[in-house]
Ligand binder design. Sequence first.
Ligand SMILES: [Fe+2]
Length: 127
Amino acid sequence: MSCGRPSRRARCVGPHFKFEECYLYPSLERFLGEGYVKKLLNEHDGIFRSVWKLAKLAEKETWSDADVKSAEANLDLIYEHPIGCDGLSLWMERLGAEERDELWKQMHATRRKGTGLFDYYYERQNA
Ligand SMILES: [Fe+2]
């Protein structure tokens, strides 16, 4: 799936966050521990904030030097998470085949639903 335009990107990233928080993180918590799962959720919170700030910056016609620094800082915050999050695939190997299959199904179902990033943000705030 290509995620070129902003609205399409939000529909790609939203399901990623939703799948991880609703299915992946809970299934790996027994390996990672509650504290590490909270750390991952806090990183997602930071990404929601950073994406929101970047979206607001994108609405501006011109950027000041402070805007450029803000954009760079927010992008750095976003880039940190995929490094740790990608490593979770190693823990997934410890799951049984049935559990991995179930996660696979949930991932595809979540992608098909296509909840946008900020729609998911509001959904999780009201949960
Ligand atoms: Fe993640």
